[in-house]
Design a protein around this ligand. Structure first.
Ligand code: ADQ
Length: 520
């Protein structure tokens, strides 16, 4: 296979270095604060080094926001989750990061075990997460979860207000479902500040969201922002519909896509998130990667073998057990795939303190054991489950080596794995992205082979078609996919421009994604 460069021109074209300018132009003379549950740097006891180490938790958002924060020199407020975090802060629980070349301030906020259990594992991950992923039967609601969620959100808001002090003109960017209430706690005390929020998971339809006893408070918390972003127009629609139905005094303007309540207007926009495309692409193209990629193919798909790859957190929303069922069906229906096609599932355990996740782990292990027992022969094993967190470089090698990447989410806000695979597909004619139609990425990307994760038989047929697809069709699909791939810097640039308009007193322009919603 030869390297091609179909990537390059298609995306909007915001470079990492442009963001500082876009932000300063959009929100002039304002201090910039990011507020998230997870922190960008965590201190921990490093047994091997017999000392305190520092690590940057994995995740695309941290990786993308960190350089921006270094450029603008703002403040990042987050939970100090590392076991040695307290030893590393100075006055006001602040420290300058990154440690090697300080560029901005990290303000840590402390949660005790009970806070973590009730706010994080409780309300956020056993109530909001399943609810937003359309699994109300998996929710576990306890009054104490809610009470602590309110309390922790108030403490985040207090920390933000402390950082701002008497200063005028700050722009505060909240992240995700852990912090739905904090914006209102800030706005009620400082209506002069400008606030934005990005919600990284789906927002459910009214019939599901009504299950939340505290739905009005959650909506009211988010509506205190000047602009709220979701991945898809559909999630934005759901949010506005819920506001219209569940808040007596809210007025929804469907044309301008905004919600007015108590004299304040919040714009609701769709901004599909992405990845640092160049970073993944460079990792895949690094000449040092060649031997590693050749070894992967030799190991999992020797000679005319075919390699499939999946990369997921072990979460019920990702459809992992359903994926193994589809693979089982594939080997059952298509004997030519036995001994020839190998699927490597890279899966990192997550939230294992929650029973549902613990059970899922076991269920997945059993499903993999069973498919391997059923179809494995002569040293060939159909599925390899690598339960590990791999570096970005190693993921890039797997993505480039694969003939097929299989994303089977039952529900997913966006799904970054699909985009990471595309960024690493640098060979002609390229592999095939088999993508659940219920991942947000399926709405945005053009050229994926879409499957229904609830229908394993159809998914097996789809996988077979993907694995036997003629080179011309693969090339054509990959060109279209690359053409629809934008970068995380495009995402941020568009958010800052929309936010800047509102902060300047104008309506937020519709985003590119909002516009395709109008033709839906
Ligand atoms: P997640 O549910 O975590 O994110 P996803 O978008 O797939 O889902 O991102 C997962 C990230 O973790 C990817 O960057 C992936 O490479 C990495 N990852 C997963 N398993 C890994 C492993 N074993 N080793 C190393 N890295 C691994 C939430 C929402 C998504 C939304 C994102 C961003 O649920 O829908 O796309 O936020 O908004």
């Amino acid at each position: 296979m030869s390297a091609v460069s179909t990537l390059g021109e298609p995306y909007r074209g915001v470079a990492p270095g442009d963001l500082d300018d876009i932000l300063r132009r959009s929100l002039p003379d304002r201090r910039f604060l990011v507020v998230s549950n997870r922190e960008p740097y965590e201190h921990y006891w490093d047994e091997a080094a017999d000392g305190i180490g520092v690590r940057r938790p994995a995740g695309g958002l941290v990786a993308a926001l960190d350089p921006l924060m270094q450029a603008v020199g703002g403040v990042w407020v987050a939970w100090g989750s590392g076991d040695r975090d307290r030893e590393e802060v100075g006055e006001g629980d602040r420290l300058r990061v990154p440690p090697e070349e300080p560029g901005y301030t990290l303000r840590r906020l402390w949660l005790n075990q009970q806070d973590v259990n009730q706010y994080y594992f409780g309300y956020a991950n056993q109530f909001l997460w399943p609810l937003c992923h359309l699994r109300p039967a998996l929710t576990r609601m306890r009054l104490r979860y809610w009470t602590t969620y309110v309390d922790v959100n108030r403490r985040f808001a207090d920390a933000v207000l402390e950082e701002i002090g008497d200063g005028q003109g700050a722009a505060i960017w909240f992240q995700d479902y852990h912090l739905a209430l904090a914006p209102e706690f800030v706005r009620s005390r400082r209506p002069d500040l400008t606030l934005a929020h990005f919600w990284h998971i789906p927002f459910p339809p009214l019939e599901i969201f009504r299950v939340a006893s505290n739905a009005p408070q959650l909506l009211g918390g988010l509506l205190a922002n000047d602009i709220v972003g979701f991945h898809l127009p559909l999630f934005a629609d759901n949010f506005m519909r819920c506001s219209e139905s569940l808040l007596d005094d809210a007025h929804v303007d469907w044309e301008h896509r905004s919600v007015e309540i108590g004299g304040h207007t919040c714009y609701v926009r769709a901004f599909p998130i992405s990845i640092d495309v160049e970073q993944f692409r460079n990792a895949a193209l690094d000449p040092a990667a060649d031997s590693r990629i050749a070894r992967l193919r030799q190991r999992y798909a020797p000679q005319d073998g075919l390699l499939g790859v999946g990369v997921d957190r072990i979460d019920y929303s990702k459809g992992l057990v359903e994926k193994i069922a589809a693979l089982d069906m594939l080997f059952d229906r298509f004997p030519d795939m036995r001994g020839r096609f190998t699927f490597v599932q890279i899966a990192v355990p997550s939230r294992t303190a929650i029973d549902t996740y613990d059970w899922l782990n076991e269920k997945l292990e059993r499903a993999v054991w069973s498919i391997n027992d059923k179809w494995g022969e002569g040293g060939w094993q159909p599925v390899h489950l690598l339960k590990d967190s791999l570096s970005q470089d190693r993921l890039a090698h797997f993505y480039r080596a694969a003939d097929v990447c299989y994303v089977n989410s039952l529900q997913d806000g966006m799904n970054l794995v699909a985009k990471e695979f595309l960024a690493c597909q640098v060979d002609d004619p390229g592999g095939v992205l088999v993508l659940s139609k219920f991942a947000g990425a399926a709405e945005e990307l053009d050229g994926a082979y879409e499957v229904n994760p609830y229908d394993p038989e159809a998914a097996a047929l789809g996988l077979h078609e993907a694995l036997t697809m003629p080179a011309d069709e693969r090339r054509d699909r990959m060109r279209r996919l690359h053409g629809s791939l934008r970068s995380i810097y495009d995402w941020m640039g568009e958010i800052f421009e929309g936010w800047g308009a509102v902060a300047g007193g104008a309506p937020a322009p519709l985003s590119d994604a909002d516009r395709w919603s109008r033709t839906r």
